[in-house]
Design a protein around this ligand. Structure first.
Ligand code: NDP
Length: 336
């Protein structure tokens, strides 16, 4: 199958790309610069792979040309900002997330009649609510939607702005399907925090993707005196996220569905314990067992139902210990 994968330079997309090629699919992927394009080409010599430059996904015609690639049947849209290095939430975060999503859907409808399935990387950010995160009785799953509005995304809270960017992007995609009745259907993949080994090119550890930052901090000694709070207590391994994207287009019955792809709960203490157990040579950098912090809250923590993704995408979730070990190994390989 010929697949268009946006944002091929990203942490998650690089795993999707590997899996697509392993399964014999032909891939066209987009990146922002020539430099990133050549890194991907170099990593996959002789592959059925084309790398195309799309400099700015916030432009409403960004994808108009690339979707005209003959023979495309599937589009996987992963490109979207996930970092907090911005000052203006509209132009640097909401526009690329939302316009990036609507512009690719419009372009496919207009110029890619052979596309039958689009899979969008959404997020647990579009499922959660502040209220639910404070409620140990809440069970999160696909019917839940983040109630935040576009306007909330313009206020002075970076986490909220990111969550809104994902929520409005995903809502816009479902609305497009409903209103435009295009030639394709849609599946969305909603992961919480994604951990796991990096397979994309990294210039330096300071360029680590946002969700793996805590592992860099941990092995550089920043948890030594106190384990920081976990934040959101759901996680998933990047290899399972990649698998979910590929299964979500290979399985016809996945069309029209969102998938809450989580392996389950974790906390920072468990991550520290997994790394302590498996990397005795890092002892001096890690907190000793008596160091406090990183636990679940005393009153318990909200729950999840990942049964749709487990059953309908056939995922056998990777454990937090394996994910932690493989993440640290891959960081050591790039010089940590
Ligand atoms: P990365 O930062 O590694 O990847 C983001 C990708 O989007 C990169 O290819 C990046 O290109 C591209 N991108 C970002 N901003 C723009 C822009 N303005 N114009 C063009 N391209 C852009 O993060 P992840 O791999 O983690 O994120 C991939 C997707 O997964 C995103 O949609 C994110 O929201 C989603 N997600 C991630 C989670 C996580 O914990 N990692 C959890 C839930 C969802 P470049 O390399 O040039 O910067």
């Amino acid at each position: 199958t010929k697949v268009l994968l946006t944002g091929g330079s990203g942490f998650i997309a690089a795993h999707i790309l590997e899996l697509l090629l392993q399964r014999g699919h032909e891939v066209v992927t987009t990146v922002r610069s020539d430099d990133k394009a050549s890194k991907i080409r170099d990593a996959h010599p002789n592959a059925k792979l084309a790398v195309v430059i799309v400099p700015d996904i916030a432009k409403s015609d960004a994808f108009d040309e690339v979707v005209k690639t003959p023979g495309l049947e599937v589009v996987l849209h992963t490109a979207s900002p996930f970092h907090y290095n911005w000052t203006d939430p509209k132009t640097e975060l909401l526009d690329p997330a939302i316009i990036g999503t609507t512009s690719i859907l419009k372009a496919i409808k207009k110029s890619a009649p052979g596309v039958k399935r689009v899979v969008i990387t959404s997020s647990f950010a579009s499922i959660l609510s502040e209220k639910g995160l404070a409620d140990p009785k809440k069970v999160f799953s696909e019917p839940d939607w983040n109630p935040n509005t576009y306007e909330d995304g313009l206020k002075d809270n970076k986490a909220t702005s990111y969550r809104v960017s994902k929520t409005i992007a995903e809502k816009s995609a479902w609305k497009f399907i409903e209103e435009e009745k295009p030639n394709f259907d849609l599946a969305t993949v909603c992961p919480p925090l994604v951990f796991g080994p990096i397979v994309h090119h990294l210039n330096s550890l300071s360029a680590i993707n946002t969700s793996n930052q805590r592992f860099v901090d941990l092995i550089q000694g920043k948890f030594k005196d106190e384990i920081p709070p976990t934040g959101v207590y759901f996680w998933v391994d990047v290899r399972d996220v990649a698998l979910a994207h590929v299964e979500a287009f290979e399985r016809p019955e996945a069309g029209g569905k969102r998938f809450f792809t989580t392996a389950g709960k974790f906390n920072n203490r468990e991550v520290v314990a997994a790394v302590r157990k498996n990397f005795p040579e890092l002892k001096d950098k890690l907190p000793s067992e008596g160091v406090k912090g990183g636990d679940y809250p005393e009153g318990g923590v909200y729950g999840y139902d990942n049964s749709r993704a487990t059953k309908e995408l056939g995922i056998n979730w990777i454990s937090i210990e394996k994910s932690s070990v493989d993440t640290v190994k891959s960081l050591q390989a790039v010089g940590a």
